[in-house]
Design a protein around this ligand. Structure first.
Ligand code: SF4
Length: 396
């Protein structure tokens, strides 16, 4: 164990990083990557290479790539692997899109920030070779139900410790495993939306559509570089376990918003002129709850509304959450909610360094928190490491 922060370096630390690649020749030594990793993510500077056996600690969030002005650091590209899969006519290519992609992809093609391009995004994926295009919001609904009911069990039956932390951000999960290993039981046991979408496609969807799961090439399209790491975790092979197919991963590839745009540009596709298309049915529909996953606070609100409705049998009021900033901590908000006479204290945090400071403050304080959302990236997934470049931390 490292001396710092109770750090547990037995958690996988990859030399071959599945999320991030670095092209040394392009590097202009501006230090932006180091700054964000140290000041916002809270990883750089917390260990020495002696302690880790010469391995860099990385939580795969990709914020270093997002701020790199010369793209010396970029996501590990997987779209060429999908192109290879497409050469086999037996393969069934299924794309699953996360909520934050459809409101950021347009920027890569010169459209105004925040343009809603869901129809064009689906059309683009069909043009690139999709057999089916599904909406990961379908599984965001599953995640919300799981997290909401798990919270109820923790609140009413004390099945596991409180507070319950959200677990849908893989970079945060990895950060907690490394820096706060004593709090692993506080993490929700629910998989992330992509973690649930993968096996659901290869079991439920495959059965309904009469598809051979071994022929499915399941691709997540996300704002997130950490998902490239998450789908390769050992827990992410549940469909294979269920179906008795050895070595089958639930989700085969992850491409980011930027990567999708790069692929489309290489194919000379005129994005702006694409006719809108719609998601395929069955797993192309979702409630509005999943849509707000893309913003910090969205997971918390959706799960808490679900818990409220299950516990009280009534619709949650529109003003259920009334956040206030936590004094002395940037990017941390908290609120209290009354449910069936119980006061439920919650917090919403973005940035893992903020989360660490909050945990230390919580451990040294008297207040009982019940539910805490942590998302690694600025503003949540909308500011993910695979989104169109953010200039917020580039000093302009
Ligand atoms: Fe990925 Fe979202 Fe977490 Fe960023 S906040 S690492 S985009 S899941």
């Amino acid at each position: 164990m490292s001396k710092h922060l109770g750090m547990d370096i037995r958690v996988p630390i990859e030399c071959d990083n599945p999320s991030i690649q670095r092209d040394e020749e392009k590097c202009i030594k501006c230090g932006q990557c180091k700054n964000i990793c140290q000041d916002y993510i809270g990883v750089h500077g917390t260990y020495t290479l002696e302690e880790t056996g010469d391995k860099a600690v990385c939580i795969n969030c990709g914020q270093c790539a997002n701020v790199c002005p010369v793209s010396s650091i970029h996501e590990t590209y997987e779209y060429q692997l999908i192109q290879e899969e497409m050469k086999n006519p037996d393969k069934i290519i299924i794309f699953n899109t996360s909520p934050s992609v459809r409101i950021a992809l347009g920027e890569e093609f010169g459209m105004a920030d925040g343009s809603f391009v869901e129809g064009k995004m689906v059309a683009l994926l069909r043009k690139l070779g999709a057999k089916y295009v599904l909406d990961t919001n379908f599984s965001a609904d599953l995640t919300i139900l799981e997290e909401g009911t798990e919270l109820i069990r923790r609140l009413t039956k004390q099945t596991k410790p409180l507070p319950q932390f959200t677990s849908c951000c893989p970079a945060w999960v990895k950060y907690l495993e490394i820096y706060h290993p004593d709090m692993r039981d506080n993490l929700s046991t629910a998989k992330s939306p992509i973690g649930m979408q993968g096996p659901t496609v290869k079991t439920y969807f495959a059965k309904k559509m009469n598809l051979d799961p071994t022929k499915i090439v399941n691709v997540a399209v996300t704002p997130c570089t950490a998902k490239k790491y998450e789908i390769r975790r050992e827990e992410m092979c549940d469909a294979g376990k269920y179906l008795g197919i050895e070595g089958m991963r639930d989700m085969d590839y992850v491409i980011t918003t930027r990567e999708l745009a790069k692929w489309a540009k290489e194919e000379n596709i005129d994005f702006a002129s694409l006719e809108d298309s719609s998601f395929d049915p069955l797993m192309g529909e979702a409630s509005g709850a999943g849509v707000i996953f893309g913003n910090s606070g969205g997971v918390m609100e959706a799960a808490l509304r679900t818990a409220y409705e299950i516990m009280t049998g009534q619709n949650a009021p529109a003003d259920l959450l009334n956040y206030t900033p936590v004094r002395g901590l940037d990017d941390v908000k908290e609120a209290s909610v009354e449910i069936n006479g119980m006061t439920v204290n919650i917090a919403v945090i973005f940035g893992t360094k903020n989360a660490s400071e909050f945990i230390e403050k919580m451990k040294n304080g008297d207040k009982q928190y019940h539910f805490i959302e942590v998302m690694t990236c600025p503003g949540g997934c909308i500011g993910g490491g695979g989104q169109p470049k953010d200039t917020k931390y580039q000093g302009d």
